[in-house]
Design a protein around this ligand. Structure first.
Ligand code: DLL
Length: 433
């Protein structure tokens, strides 16, 4: 049975959704014009005033916001309310440049937690569930967001945060945790550790996982589901817009429903900024329509995916986004060819490897090199050189046919690549150094 947290809005007709978006967008634009001088200046430069925005059909007239704008306006330049009305900040985990800091009023946190509650109920959560939140707590939005959603649903919330893997497993087993929230790479690690401890899928009380914050492949989903005996749901979000819960998967698992009463999504051509028709792949752009502290107008996420409004069997009517393939800034250009880490992951998992790998790109004698280091699973581990080199060759052939370019494959011993407790670092690009 499909469960909803706010059925009326999650299953509203397209006309109702459009009416909500039209009304809220007009209000949000006025709010920004009146209270965010940084964005008002951008609008003035483009010759747009709030009078030009009469409905969501006028969205295309507004200027984009980018990460560069957020850096320029750091820390307070995009805040839309007096600081006395802000009750919290969160910040991105970005390693380069200034971090993004986003602000929240009570209202903003309330709506954000509603979004997370929708995601938990879409994964089958109820007040009978024990929900372990193993995303990081702190500046990262993952822990606090899912924690708030779990409270709203009424789950018994276990705020373990990330890390301390054996203790995580102890709580899962002792408290009979039924829903696990963490990054997919950490879920894979938890699964691996549980298997080592002798727990099979039937011993593990979990029934669902809510995994996001990084790109992960369908193959990885199947792997995690098998190891833990659960159904694994994807969840998407970003700090700039609130955090997790901007979009979430339902039982159909055919893309993630974007909470359209809070965000309007567009797909644009990342090179020209032109809005692309439904179904076409491009860069995802979001406009918040009911945020107070940190309204985002046409924010360019750099995430690459497509949208569909086709009817979904779960009954929800909100537009769905495909699993993001990666980010425009994650995309590697190797010898002129576009390579996404997710394509490499797909090949590895299809060849029976787990998602323990690292991609190293370098430039030697003016030519790009692509090295893929992959762990052998304990079952396939051998020191028979012939066998290892045969496996390496098979994998290199698989990568060549997926990517169109040659990669050097090195098979390494099980457990030799560092595990991640949050977002996994898959790529080392030495060319940038
Ligand atoms: O990762 C928020 C979040 C927490 C989402 C927990 C889901 C679960 P940031 O740290 O600001 O926020 O990173 C946002 O992470 O633009 C995407 O590139 C990536 N991302 C987030 N969710 C997914 C997903 C959180 N399900 C950036 N699939 C985004 C692929 C994702 N990429």
């Amino acid at each position: 049975m499909e469960r909803y947290y706010q059925k009326e809005i999650e299953c509203a007709s397209r006309e109702e959704i459009k009416a909500i978006q039209d009304e809220r967008l007009v209000k949000q634009v006025k709010h920004v014009w009146d209270n965010v001088p940084y964005y008002r200046k951008k609008m003035e430069e483009k010759g747009v005033t709030p009078d030009d925005i009469r409905s969501s059909d006028d969205l295309y007239k507004l200027p984009f916001l980018s990460k560069a704008d957020l850096r320029e306006a750091y820390p307070y330049g995009l805040v839309g309310v007096p600081l006395k009305d802000c009750v919290r900040i969160h910040s991105t985990s970005g390693t380069t440049g200034k971090r993004v800091v986003s602000f929240y009023t009570h209202h903003d946190i309330d709506l954000w937690e509603d979004c997370c509650a929708r995601a938990i109920m879409a994964a089958g959560g109820t007040d009978e569930d024990v929900c372990q939140v193993s995303y990081g707590y702190g500046l990262f939005t993952g822990g606090p967001g899912l924690n708030g959603g779990s409270h709203k649903v009424g789950c018994l919330t276990v705020p373990t945060s990330s890390g301390n893997t054996d203790r995580q497993i102890m709580f899962i087993m002792d408290l009979h945790t039924t829903i696990l929230c963490c990054t997919p790479s950490y879920a894979a690690y938890l699964g691996e550790r549980m298997r080592e401890m002798g727990y099979g899928p039937d011993d593990i009380p979990l029934k669902a996982g809510i995994f996001g914050a990084e790109a992960w492949s369908e193959e990885m989903r199947r792997d995690i589901e098998k190891t833990m005996g659960i159904k694994a749901y994807d969840i998407y979000g970003l700090t700039e817009l609130s955090g997790p819960g901007v979009a979430f998967e339902c039982s159909a698992q055919q893309g993630m429903h974007i909470n359209e009463d809070h965000f309007i999504a567009e797909i644009i051509d990342p090179d020209t900024g032109e809005v692309l028709p439904e179904g076409q792949e491009g860069e995802l752009v979001f406009t918040s329509i009911d945020k107070e502290a940190f309204p985002m107008m046409r924010y360019r996420t750099r995430d690459i995916c497509s949208l569909t409004r086709e009817k979904c069997s779960c009954g929800r009517t909100h537009v769905r986004m495909a699993k993001p393939k990666g980010r425009t800034d994650d995309m590697l250009i190797v010898r002129g060819v576009n390579v996404f880490p997710s394509q490499i992951e797909t090949v590895l998992l299809n060849h029976g490897y787990a998602a323990n790998y690292q991609i190293v790109v370098d430039r030697v004698n003016n030519t790009d090199t692509l090295d893929v280091q992959v762990e052998m699973t304990p079952e396939m581990f051998t020191d028979n050189v012939g066998e290892v080199s045969e496996r390496q060759k098979q994998l290199a052939d698989g990568l060549k046919s997926m990517l169109g370019i040659k990669a050097r494959v090195s098979l390494v011993a099980p457990k030799s690549i560092a595990r991640s407790e949050g977002k996994a670092v898959r790529v080392i690009d030495n060319r940038k150094i």
